[in-house]
Design a protein around this ligand. Structure first.
Ligand SMILES: NC(=O)c1ccc[n+]([C@@H]2O[C@H](COP(=O)([O-])OP(=O)(O)OC[C@H]3O[C@@H](n4cnc5c(N)ncnc54)[C@H](O)[C@@H]3O)[C@@H](O)[C@H]2O)c1
Length: 296
C-alpha cells in the first residue's frame, strides 16, 4: 500500500522545522506545526512568514499561492494535535534523549500506521526508533538548510525500517521536488561525514595560521576558500546556540574524537560569537541581514 500523506506534522519550528513546514505546504500538503511553547511558536511563524514573504517579493510565488500555502498550516503547542497526521517529522534540537522521549510519546498519539521521521544530522536513527513500540515505522528524513531551496534530502533506512515505509518516504521526497539519496544509519550519514572530514583539517590549519581569531587574514582566507560561508565553520547562515551545539554533536558523532572536537568547538564558539556580532567571514548590515558591508 502506498501512503498518500495528505496531512503531516512537524515538531519544532526552528531553523529546519520552519523550512520543512514550508516545503510540505508549498507542495499541497496540510501541515500541523508543533512547538514547545507560545514564544517559540511565534518565533517560528515569523521565520516562515519571512521566508514566504521573500518568495512573494521576488515573484517566486503569487499572492494566491502565498495565501494558500499559509492556509494549509495549523499551529499547536500540544503534541495531541498530531493525532491525524500520516507522517510526523521531528526537527527538535540534536539531543538523543529529547528525540527518544518525543517518539515514545508519539506512539500514544498517532495512528499505528503513521510514519515517524527524524531530521537528525548525526544521531543514530536506530536508537531513536527503538524508543517506540514499532521501530519499523521510523525513518530518517534529513533535509538540509535552507530546506525550501536545497533539493538534497538523505533518507535513512535503519536495519529495522520496513521497506514500504522507506519507499513511501522516498516517493514523498520526490513529490516535494527533492532528490532523495538513500543512506544507511552511519554517523553523519553521507553529507556530514564528508563535510566534517573536510572541515577538521582545515579548521586546524586556519587555527595554526591565524594569530588572532578575528584577524583579517582569517576572513580573507575563508572568503577565498569558501565565499558562500557566512562564518568560517558555519554551514548555515543563521548561527544560534542550539545550532552550534547541534554542530558540535554532529562533529563528535562523525569524527568520533572528543578531544579534537572539544578544542575545535572552542574555536567554533569564537567564530559563532563573531557571527552573532555580524562579524564572521563577512560583516553584515544587521543581525540576520543578507547585506554585506565593509569591514570595521
Ligand atoms: N540547522 C541546520 O543547518 C540543520 C541541518 C540539517 C539538520 N539539522 C537537524 O535538525 C534538527 C533541528 O535543528 P535546528 O537547527 O532547526 O534547531 P533549532 O534550535 O533552530 O530548532 C529547534 C526547535 O525545536 C523546538 N523544540 C525544542 N523542544 C521541543 C519539544 N519538546 N517540542 C516541540 N518543539 C521543541 C525549539 O523551541 C526550537 O524552535 C536537529 O536535529 C539538527 O541536527 C539541522
Amino acid at each position: 500500500m502506498t501512503r498518500e500523506f495528505s496531512t503531516v506534522g512537524v515538531i519544532g519550528l526552528g531553523t529546519m522545522g520552519a523550512g520543512i513546514v514550508e516545503v510540505f505546504a508549498r507542495n499541497g500538503i496540510d501541515v500541523v506545526a508543533v512547538e514547545i511553547g507560545d514564544a517559540p511558536l511565534e518565533r517560528g511563524k515569523g521565520v516562515l512568514a519571512k521566508s514566504t514573504g521573500r518568495a512573494l517579493a521576488r515573484e517566486k510565488m503569487t499572492q494566491d499561492e502565498h495565501d494558500t500555502l499559509h492556509s494549509r498550516i495549523t499551529y499547536a503547542t500540544d503534541l495531541a494535535a498530531l493525532a491525524d497526521c500520516q507522517l510526523v517529522v521531528e526537527a527538535v534540537p540534536e539531543s538523543l534523549e529529547l528525540k527518544k522521549d518525543l517518539f515514545a510519546q508519539l506512539d500514544q498519539i498517532v495512528s499505528p500506521d503513521a510514519v515517524l521521521a527524524t531530521n537528525t544530522s548525526s544521531l543514530p536513527v536506530t536508537q531513536i526508533a527503538v524508543a517506540t513500540a514499532n521501530p519499523k515505522r521510523v525513518v530518517g528524513m534529513h533535509f538540509f538548510n535552507p530546506a525550501p531551496v536545497l533539493q538534497f534530502v538523505e533518507v535513512i533506512k535503519t536495519v529495522i525500517t520496513a521497506d514500504d515505509v522507506f519507499e513511501d518516504i522516498k516517493a514523498l521526497a520526490e513529490r516535494l521536488g527533492k532528490r532523495p539519496v538513500v543512506v544507511g544509519d552511519k554517523a553523519g550519514f553521507i553529507a556530514n561525514a564528508l563535510l566534517f572530514g573536510y572541515l577538521q583539517p582545515r579548521r586546524q590549519h586556519v587555527r595554526d595560521q591565524v594569530r588572532h581569531p578575528r584577524g583579517h587574514r582569517q576572513r580573507d582566507a575563508v572568503r577565498l576558500w569558501a565565499p558562500w560561508v557566512r562564518s568560517p565553520c558555519s554551514t548555515s547562515p543563521d548561527w544560534t546556540r542550539p545550532t552550534r551545539s547541534s554542530t558540535r554533536c554532529t562533529a563528535r558523532a562523525v569524527t568520533g574524537c572528543t578531544h579534537r572536537v572539544r578544542s575545535s568547538s572552542r574555536w567554533s564558539a569564537q567564530v559563532c560569537s563573531d557571527a552573532r556580532a555580524d562579524a564572521g567571514s563577512y560583516s553584515y548590515a544587521a543581525p540576520g541581514s543578507p547585506e554585506v558591508v565593509g569591514d570595521h
